[in-house]
Design a protein around this ligand. Structure first.
Ligand code: BGC
Length: 333
């Protein structure tokens, strides 16, 4: 073999080896490049709870969720937030059933109506899953505890605020979230009892908004058309006062019709600042969520738990607005 052929062989062999190494190197890179790299530490939870709410994207319920998630983080709980996209009793009940079927350690939910919620809650509890009612109690069920507003008292407060602010002279229309929900019924009853001794206060109409701001606005508009004597409104759930205020703001005049509503969502505060809503009943949704999770843990661990925990309720008017709102008021004047 000539020297030239030996050199050619050696060159060929080296070239072959180099190509093989490239092929192996890049082949490996291609095969592994899309594989996910597990960097997240596996989180460990002691319990798995579900918070089932009336309406997922309702700002009020998002506050309950925030409180519950904060407690879940503090106490090592995996918390799921579930419920209908828009208030719907059947979907609400189904979500509770599904949570129970997936064998969670505890369910936090409203006890909206006795007829539908009580038998379901009782079945879930009998299957060994503890239930705590939040915001709305199903007092006749076997739920372990309730945390939330004293709904009768909150309605009573709204009635007293209306008497005070209208000097006992008003033709009132009530817009309530639902005729069938326990808390809405109690808020109406508390209000009626507060005003019943007042000769100058007349309840002209009571209608339902189905927990919808648009429907509350439609109903308010209709009432103003049908009953020109109405000069006050009482809205019994977070979106009712806002819906009524939208109509008064647009078609009447802020302040011309008295409004007492519920809750302190950003829009409600804005309408109080503008003088469209005169008073609102303050609830503590964040605290409800936080304490409900803590109560559930205590229950599971066999620690004592109060069966009924009422969170704070009070009336807020323009003078009680957070300072940041009042500054904005001066700017816009
Ligand atoms: C009630 C909630 C309700 C919400 C509706 C609140 O005042 O406490 O139960 O889901 O209003 O927007």
């Amino acid at each position: 073999m000539s020297r030239l052929s030996v050199l050619a062989y050696i060159f060929g062999a080296v070239f072959f080896l180099v190509s093989c190494s490239f092929a192996v190197f890049y082949g490996y890179k291609v095969l592994t490049h899309d594989l996910p790299v597990e960097k997240k530490p596996v989180e460990k939870y002691d319990y798995h709870f579900v918070l089932v709410t009336e309406e997922l994207d309702n700002e009020y319920w998002r506050l309950v969720e925030q409180g519950a998630k904060a407690a879940a983080k503090d106490y090592g709980v995996m918390l799921e937030y579930a419920g209908p996209k828009q208030a719907n009793i059947d979907d609400h009940l189904k979500t509770i059933e599904m949570s129970a079927a997936s064998k969670v350690d505890g369910i936090l939910t409203q006890g909206l109506s006795d007829e539908q919620f009580t038998p379901l809650i009782d079945r879930v509890v009998a299957s060994g899953i503890p239930v705590i009612t939040v915001d709305t109690d199903a007092a006749n069920s076997k739920r372990m505890a309730y945390i939330g507003t004293d709904n009768y008292y909150s309605g009573f407060l709204a009635g007293k605020a209306l008497i005070q602010d209208t000097k006992g002279q008003a033709n009132v229309a009530i817009i309530t979230g639902s005729f069938y929900a326990n808390h809405q019924q109690q808020r109406v009853k508390g209000f009626q009892d507060a005003v019943k001794g007042e000769k100058g206060i007349h309840i002209i109409d009571i209608v339902e908004s189905e927990i919808s701001r648009v429907r509350a606005a439609e109903k308010a508009y209709q009432i103003i058309k049908d009953h020109p004597e109405v000069n006050a409104f009482y809205g019994t759930s977070a979106l009712d006062g806002i819906g009524i205020a939208q109509v008064v703001d647009r078609f009447v005049k802020p302040g011309k019709i008295y409004i007492v509503g519920f809750d302190t969502l950003p829009e409600s505060l804005e309408y109080i600042r503008k003088g469209t809503i005169q008073a609102t009943v303050v609830q503590e949704p964040y605290e409800m969520g936080y304490r409900a999770v803590k109560m559930m843990i205590n229950l599971i661990q066999g620690k004592p738990v109060e069966p009924i925990v009422h969170t704070n309720t009070r009336i807020m008017r323009i003078g009680d607005l957070p300072v940041s709102h009042l500054y904005r008021m001066e700017e816009s004047n």
